[in-house]
Design a protein around this ligand. Structure first.
Ligand SMILES: NC(=O)c1ccc[n+]([C@@H]2O[C@H](COP(=O)([O-])OP(=O)(O)OC[C@H]3O[C@@H](n4cnc5c(N)ncnc54)[C@H](OP(=O)(O)O)[C@@H]3O)[C@@H](O)[C@H]2O)c1
Length: 310
């Protein structure tokens, strides 16, 4: 089968399409014949070696974490799926999803794809939507509270804005002027143009006492202090990228990431199929262009998700 691999820690331009034997489903695993796979920043970070100290990988490294396709085979002990089922899967711990076939560990992160959700939309969900649910849970803003989301136009951010707004939270979302209507359409009350000045100052102009929480999907390390300044005393800052344990002000830092708790992907898939969670797919490319798609994805942030079809 064909699979996109990094032969070592290489620039994305040096990714290759390799021929590898089709993997066998081991105990507890599902073998999926791919229909669509979505790209995530982590694919780029793992293959280029940006994260090699925190998350080293073996080579050749097969990229891809988000899959939609058909169950081709089931490993021993998998009870609740059948060969031929249409599924959506997070393939971390299995094998790379930018491949004609991929393994995923059966459980709450492999769920049936409802007929109303096509494979492109389905593949766009796992990492970004599960991470969005995780950051919203970590932000713990009550109904009627306020939340600044930095990176609101991206894969994670576009889901996080919707989930927070649906929970009755007043969302301030970063967006360039061109994208302001987009984030408002997702449910944000205010768009904060991050190119027009200091984000925390702009947010405080809209919410003078500060927000209950900040979800920052862009900055990391000491850089989080600048956006943490938008939070009110006793507030929170949530990051998917990590940073210091505390700041020199009364703001609690919470670091989290993709979370596949039981039912969570199922719940998100259900919302998407039911029309209450919009999926923004900015680019759909055929598998024959997969390497070029990763190069383009790495070069410039896109609104929502980039999806590869097979
Ligand atoms: N720890 C985990 O488990 C985990 C899981 C998922 C994601 N992540 C990380 O979380 C981050 C976001 O992921 P993603 O999939 O949402 O990425 P993404 O789709 O690339 O989105 C990033 C967004 O940030 C916006 N942006 C860029 N610079 C900005 C700035 N200075 N201020 C405000 N917004 C800015 C971009 O918008 P423009 O179009 O305006 O440039 C883009 O829409 C990535 O670093 C990813 O690696 C971590």
């Amino acid at each position: 089968m064909k699979v996109v691999v990094a032969p070592g820690y290489v620039p994305v331009e040096d990714l290759v399409v390799a021929d590898q034997p089709r993997p066998e489903a081991g105990p507890g695993q599902v073998l999926i014949k791919l229909k669509a796979a979505a790209l995530n920043p982590l694919d780029v970070k793992l293959s280029t070696g940006v994260m090699k100290d925190q998350m080293p990988v073996d080579h050749p490294f097969a990229l891809g974490l988000d899959a939609a396709g058909t169950v081709e085979a089931l490993g021993e002990g998998v009870q609740d799926l059948r060969v031929g089922d249409e599924v959506i899967a997070f393939t971390y711990g299995g094998s790379g999803a930018l491949a004609e076939y991929a393994l995923a560990n059966a459980g709450p992160t492999v769920v049936r794809r409802p007929a109303g959700l096509d494979p492109v939309q389905g593949a766009a969900l796992p990492v970004a939507a599960m991470t969005a649910a995780a950051v919203i849970t970590a932000a713990d803003v009550p109904t009627g509270g306020t939340l600044l989301i930095v990176g609101a136009t991206g894969g994670v951010g576009s889901f996080a804005v919707q989930l927070a707004a649906q929970a009755g939270v007043k969302v301030l979302a970063t967006a360039t002027r061109d994208e302001a209507d987009y984030v408002r359409g997702l449910g944000a009350k205010e768009a904060v143009d991050y190119t027009a000045g200091d984000v925390a100052e702009l947010a405080r102009a809209a919410e003078p006492g500060g927000v209950d929480a900040v979800i920052d999907l862009v900055n990391f390390g000491p850089g989080l202090a600048a956006t943490a300044a938008a939070a009110k005393p006793g507030g929170r800052i949530v990051s998917t990228l990590g940073g210091p344990p505390s700041f020199d002000r009364d703001v609690t830092a919470v670091y989290t990431g993709v979370e596949g708790g039981i039912g969570r992907l199922d719940e998100l898939v259900g919302k998407a199929a039911g029309g209450t969670l919009a999926i923004e797919v900015s680019s759909v490319r055929p598998f024959s262009e997969a390497v070029a798609a990763v190069v383009d994805f790495a070069a410039a942030a896109n609104r929502g998700k980039t999806v590869i079809t097979f």
